[in-house]
Each structure stands twice: as structure tokens, then as C-alpha cells.
Design a protein around this ligand. Structure first.
Ligand SMILES: [Zn+2]
Length: 197
């Protein structure tokens, strides 16, 4: 029975992204060995994220409020909007320290094989923001993968008539890779040396 309980924990842990069977066992043992305080802090931080964090009504990044601190932040540039696939991409770009504008999360990429078309992404919301906000440049920062590139060129075709400057991160980020795996320096450079498309 004890063994079954442990196997259940391991299988739960290995359902997390990037966690293989071996890591799941290692984490399971680590949890088992945690003292009471460390364990309750661990559980509390997970619970608090689940009950307090939500997705920003404007950009779809994560926040404790209705609208996130980047969207409301006075020090952020209002004239540049960086379009990313997922909320986690905001973290990777923020870590570079090279970007001071605002964000817009699409919540995915166009992927016909997975049945995901433009209508499944937050593109309508993007168009609304471009009408309401003083955006002069849209930086298309979807991943340099097949789907990411296809989504960027879809948006390029959709937005080229608006007269807004359209740029794309390119330089340095390995083709086929994702923002998550680009190191901070490379991603920082890619944002600085973005290309007009
Ligand atoms: Zn926001």
C-alpha cells in the first residue's frame, strides 16, 4: 500500500512538463524527506498561486489583479506591443531586461494539425487593442518554429494595412527552438536587433 501511495505521487509528478520518470522519483523522495515547515510552505505556495493568480483581462499574462502591472505600469512604453504565444514567454523576455513595452499573449499558435486556427487565438483582442492604444510598433515574438513563423506571417498580412511598424525577433534565436530555451543573452540580443518585416 505504501508503495502504491508513492507510485501515485510519482505518476502525478511525471505528468508535469519536463519531468521524466527518474526526476519524478527524485522529487517524490525529496517531498517525502521535507520537514513539516518546508512541506507546508511548499503546499501553501502552490495553493496561493491557484487561488490568487489569474490571467490579465488585457494582455492575458498572469496577475493578482484584473489588469496586470505591466499593462497598468506607467514606466512601460505604450507605443510598442510584443506579441507572444504564451504567458510564460513574458517571463523569458522580461528576464533579458531589453524590453520596456507592453505584451499581448495569443494563447497558442496557428496549428492546422491540432485544429487550431486564427479564430482560436486572442487575435480579435489584439485588433481591439491596436484600435484603442497608441501602438506604433508590433513586435512579433512568436517562437521561430514552423507554427510560430506561420502565425507571425498571418499577423503580418493581417496588420500590414494598419501602417503600424511590424518587427520580428530573428537574429540569434535558433530556428526551430523556443524562447524558453534561448539563453538570456541571445534572447536579449534578438529583441534589440529585431527586424522590420
Ligand atoms: Zn496585462
Amino acid at each position: 500500500m505504501t508503495d502504491l501511495l508513492f507510485k501515485k505521487l510519482v505518476s502525478t509528478l511525471s505528468s508535469l512538463p519536463g519531468i521524466g520518470k527518474k526526476s519524478a522519483y527524485r522529487l517524490g523522495f525529496h517531498i517525502l524527506r521535507m520537514d513539516a515547515t518546508a512541506f507546508s510552505n511548499f503546499i501553501e505556495s502552490i495553493e496561493s498561486v491557484k487561488s490568487n493568480l489569474k490571467f490579465c483581462k488585457k494582455c492575458a499574462g498572469i496577475t493578482e489583479f484584473e489588469i496586470c502591472e505591466i499593462c497598468t505600469g506607467e514606466s512601460r512604453l505604450k507605443n510598442i506591443l510584443c506579441v507572444v504565444e504564451l504567458p510564460e514567454d513574458i517571463f523569458f523576455i522580461e528576464n533579458t531586461g531589453e524590453y520596456k513595452g507592453k505584451y499581448h499573449v495569443l494563447n497558442g499558435v496557428i496549428s492546422p494539425l491540432d485544429g487550431i486556427g486564427p479564430e482560436n487565438l486572442r487575435i480579435k483582442e489584439l485588433l481591439e487593442r491596436l484600435k484603442d492604444e497608441p501602438v506604433e510598433e508590433v513586435l512579433l515574438a512568436t517562437n521561430p518554429t514552423l507554427e510560430g513563423d506561420a502565425t507571425a506571417s498571418y499577423l503580418f498580412n493581417l496588420l500590414r494595412a494598419t501602417g503600424i511598424k511590424l518587427t520580428r525577433i530573428a537574429h540569434g534565436v535558433t530556428v526551430g527552438s523556443t524562447l524558453e530555451y534561448a539563453d538570456q543573452y541571445t534572447l536579449g540580443k534578438a529583441i534589440k536587433s529585431r527586424l522590420t518585416i
